[in-house]
Design a protein around this ligand. Structure first.
Ligand SMILES: [Zn+2]
Length: 429
């Protein structure tokens, strides 16, 4: 069972400390308070080809710290972003529900901000144009900025103009000098992956028109902690934000968070709204005040609150292994569904290889014929499920479980059942 009782105000035990030479990504304070230690793990997007299977594979510590000064939860830095993002395998358009999320956002924000064909929208980490394509259809001018050349190419093919580069003060300054400041800057699921948060948020300040608005979506640390979402921690995600820590970071760069929405995406995300400090046209909303109060009440200014997370993670791992060991003892077959980054953290941390999950499938053809990093579980096209008729389909991208269970309802024809590992292992007949 989920140990929700450990999330009360009574945090058992003192938090683990491990001195490191790393300093806080935002405020430069010394880091030593361990939020969670997930052991050693390979880079979660480094899918292997068959010829790589007999080679050495780099593993890096997956240890997350919390800054005692600004409360930013963050990974110690091990790898350079260029190693991670030059050929990124994640194409947003392979998720129907994420494309639909983008469409609904477009309708809402055009209406809320009164955007027209004279407006200029910039999306940071615009991926394959899954979102900006909806603005293009409405005739609103857009620019995508995306460091991974292969996904940027897919965006151009959708009619979304895209600059292939990392965003920061330098690229923002260049665009501003060319008269291309933005009425709306969008950044969805990029903030966590930014290696220099001050350069990134400083760039937003530079690129934003005086009356412009920024919306940024990121997974909410509160939900990560409440729902055991430790598998959303991986080397590509340097930081994990609360509304409290985000407010401090944006404020240091002259940007005010005036509103916030809580979204169901990625297991529970925030969409924050920011404007220039001096822009008085956006009063701070009741939701923004209330969320800040709620986070402080939940202990987000108390180090021991963060320290209690490790215990939950260990309990989740034991429960999951219990289930898999029993299933295999009963002679059941287990296939995976999906090959997301979060799956790789989960499988590597729990030590789950082909001894428990024979193979996984993914809709992204880039991954077919490749192997998951570390665990070497082979990846096939989804048709493999109907061919092999597994007893259990183990859903790795649990945030998309409803969509996946609907698409694969046919496994019930042979008595197949769905397994979802997070927040605790659950079987759906
Ligand atoms: Zn800090």
């Amino acid at each position: 069972m989920l140990k929700t009782e450990s999330l009360g105000t009574d945090y058992a035990g003192a938090m683990a400390q491990r001195p490191t030479s790393s300093r806080c990504l935002f405020c430069d304070a010394a880091l030593s308070h361990v939020f969670v230690d997930l052991g050693m793990s390979p880079l979660c997007e480094s899918f292997l080809q068959e010829g790589d299977l007999n080679k050495m594979e780099p593993f890096y510590p997956l240890v997350v710290y919390v800054c005692p000064e600004c409360w930013l939860v963050q990974l110690e830095k091990y790898v350079s972003p260029a190693d991670i993002f030059s050929e990124y395998a994640y194409f947003s358009s392979y998720s129907d529900s994420w494309v639909e999320h983008g469409r609904r956002y477009t309708e809402m924000i055009i209406d809320r901000l009164g955007l027209t064909t004279d407006s200029h929208i910039v999306e940071l980490a615009s991926n394959d144009g899954y979102l900006l394509q909806h603005f293009v259809k409405k005739g609103v001018p857009v620019l995508g900025i995306e460091p991974a050349a292969n996904v940027a190419k897919a965006a151009e093919e959708k009619g979304v103009p895209t600059l292939v580069e990392f965003f920061g003060r330098e690229s923002a300054g260049k665009l501003a000098a060319e008269g291309k400041r933005a009425d709306l800057i969008i950044g969805n699921n990029v903030l966590a992956q930014v290696p220099d948060i001050n350069d990134f948020v400083g760039g937003i300040k530079t690129l934003l028109k005086p009356s412009g608005v920024v919306t940024i979506e990121f997974p909410h640390l509160l939900r990560l902690m409440q729902e055991n979402q430790f598998d959303t921690i991986y080397h590509e995600h340097f930081s994990y934000f609360s509304f409290l820590s985000a407010t401090g970071i944006f404020s240091a760069h002259g940007l005010r968070l005036f509103d916030v929405e809580e979204l169901p995406t990625h297991g529970g995300s925030l969409r924050i709204y920011a404007c220039h400090d001096e822009d008085r046209t956006h009063p701070t909303s009741e939701q923004a005040r209330e969320l800040l109060t709620r986070e402080v009440a939940a202990g987000f200014r108390d180090l021991n609150r963060y320290g209690a997370f490790q215990e939950q993670v260990v309990a989740t791992k034991r429960g999951l292994l219990d289930f898999l060991i029993q299933a295999k003892r009963q002679g059941k077959s287990v296939a995976g569904y999906g090959a997301p980054g979060k799956g790789n953290t989960l499988l590597n941390y729990c030590g789950i290889r082909t001894d428990f999950i024979e193979y996984t499938v993914d809709r992204n053809p880039y991954k077919h014929g490749r192997y998951l990093p570390g665990t070497h579980i082979p990846i096939f096209a989804p048709e493999r499920i109907a061919e092999t008729k597994p007893d259990y389909l183990f859903i790795l991208p649990w945030n998309l479980k409803d969509e996946i269970m609907k698409q694969n309802a046919f496994i019930r024809d042979w008595g197949g059942q769905f397994v979802v590992p997070i927040p605790e292992v659950r079987v759906y007949p």
